[in-house]
Structures are given as structure tokens and as C-alpha cells.
Ligand binder design. Structure first.
Ligand SMILES: [Zn+2]
Length: 82
């Protein structure tokens, strides 16, 4: 990690775990600046078109089964009324 103000080399003074990642206090060896960094995992947003299409197909199939369930329920309701 380079210093944000002078791009010099830095050293870690202190690091601790937190709920949103590892917090490190750093110190610049060149300009003496002190700053804090948070280290965490980035979300993988690299979703392929194949995954998108598969999800769309899953949702369409889910919609179809909901529609057929509705039809069954409507049929039951109509039979109860009759
Ligand atoms: Zn610096």
C-alpha cells in the first residue's frame, strides 16, 4: 500500500478485525502521514450471459407453475361454488 499523499512506502502500525473487514492503521515512511485502510472482499459482478439466460428461464418456469397452480385453485373454487 502506497501513501495517498506522496506515494511513498508505508508500514502497518496496527490492524484489527471488524464486521466490515480488516482495519489497518498505516504510517508513511517518507512523509510521516498517517491513515487508515479497510480491507474487504469485493463482490464478484462478473455474471455471464449464460447465467442471466438461465435465471430468466428459471423465472419463466416458476411463473408457469404459479399460473398452473392458480388455474387449479380457480377450478377448486368454482367447483365449491357449484
Ligand atoms: Zn507519504
Amino acid at each position: 500500500m502506497k501513501c495517498p499523499s506522496c506515494k511513498g512506502r508505508t508500514e502497518v502500525l496496527d490492524s484489527r478485525e471488524s464486521s466490515y473487514g480488516v482495519i489497518r492503521k498505516r504510517h508513511c515512511l517518507k512523509c510521516d502521514a498517517r491513515f487508515t485502510t479497510v480491507e474487504g472482499v469485493a463482490l464478484d459482478v462478473n455474471i455471464s450471459m449464460r447465467q442471466i439466460n438461465r435465471t430468466k428461464n428459471d423465472l419463466e418456469r416458476l411463473q408457469e407453475s404459479i399460473d398452473s397452480m392458480k388455474a387449479v385453485l380457480d377450478g377448486l373454487e368454482n367447483r365449491r361454488k357449484a
